[in-house]
Ligand binder design. Structure first.
Ligand SMILES: [Zn+2]
Length: 60
């Protein structure tokens, strides 16, 4: 299923295999930003890396 990313506007396959960072990003999208399913794996990974750098309260 193709979707358009809400950040970079690229199309991506919502059913594609995710990296560990992208899976963490999906969790954050559900729990923190409430925009799960609207971002591509690349943007999820980028956001996860930013969160790990700046938001230490999400590191467990
Ligand atoms: Zn994207």
């Amino acid at each position: 299923m193709k979707k358009i990313c809400g950040i970079c506007s690229r199309s991506f396959d919502a059913a594609a295999e995710r990296s560990e960072d992208a899976k963490a990003g999906e969790w954050l999208a559900e729990e923190v930003w409430q925009d799960a399913g609207t971002l591509c794996p690349t943007c999820l990974e980028i956001r996860t890396k930013l969160v790990m750098m700046y938001c230490h309260e999400y590191n467990t």
